[in-house]
Design a binder for this molecule. Sequence first.
Ligand SMILES: C[S@@+](CC[C@H](N)C(=O)[O-])C[C@H]1O[C@@H](n2cnc3c(N)ncnc32)[C@H](O)[C@@H]1O
Length: 237
Amino acid sequence: MANNGEGLQQVRDIIAAAHKDCSLSEKLQFYDQWATRYEEDVTILDYKAPRLAALALASVCLLNRESKLVLDIACGTGRVAQELHHCGFNLFHGLDGSAGMLEIAKKKDLYQELKQSMLGQEQLPYESEKYDAVVIVGALSDGQVPVSVLPELLRVTKSGGFVCMTTRSNISNLQYKAELEEGISSLQNKRLWEEVLVQEVQQWEKATSDKEITQKSDYIPGVIYIFRKMSPLPIAS
Ligand SMILES: C[S@@+](CC[C@H](N)C(=O)[O-])C[C@H]1O[C@@H](n2cnc3c(N)ncnc32)[C@H](O)[C@@H]1O
C-alpha cells in the first residue's frame, strides 16, 4: 500500500471496521484477515505503542533484561517482542485470540511459546507467579480486551515483577479508559500492585476518524501504565 493520504484513508476504513460493534469472535476473524497487512497498515498510522511501551519497560527494568521472562498478551504479529528485543530482552511467551496474527508472530522466531486464547472470558492458561513482566499493548480498548483481565495479568506476574499496559485516550475510548483506571486503582488500593510509571503520550498514533482530529493535531493521545506486583503481606500472628 502506498504511504500517502490515500493509504491512510484505506487504513482508516480498515480500523473503522475493527472498531465496529460486533461479537468478539467476529472481531478476531477480522484480525485473522488483517494479519498479513497489519504491520504495513499500522506503519502508515505511525502507531508507536509497541516501541514506547518497550522503552518504558526497559527504563524501569534495568538489570539482566536478557534473562527476564516476558509474557506478551494480545501479541498480534509480535511487534512488542521485536521492540523489547531491541532493548535487550530475550525470553518471550505470547498469547492472542487470532490464529492469523499468531502465524505471523511465529515467523519472527522470537517467542519460545505462543498460545491461542480468548481474553476476558477465561483464566489465562499459565500458572501463577510465572513471569518477570507481563505486557499488553494496543488491546486494552473498547470492544477488545475487557478490563476484567487485570487480576489475571497480576496473577501470572511474579511478586516484584512488572505489568505494562497501554490504552488510547481519544474521545471514543474515554469511557473504557475510565473503567481501566478504576480497575487499576482498585488493585492498587488493595496493595496488590504499586505504581511505577504512568506516561501520557500526545502523539500516540494518527487519528482514524475526522471526529478525533483537533485543530492542534491529527494524532490521538495514549497512555502507558507500569505497575509492580507487591509481595503478599505476612499474616499477623
Ligand atoms: C491492535 S492489535 C495489537 C497487537 C500488538 N500487541 C501490537 O501492539 O502490535 C490487537 C490484538 O489483540 C488481539 N485481541 C483483541 N481482543 C482480544 C481478545 N478478547 N482475546 C484475545 N485476543 C484479542 C487481536 O487478535 C490482535 O492481535
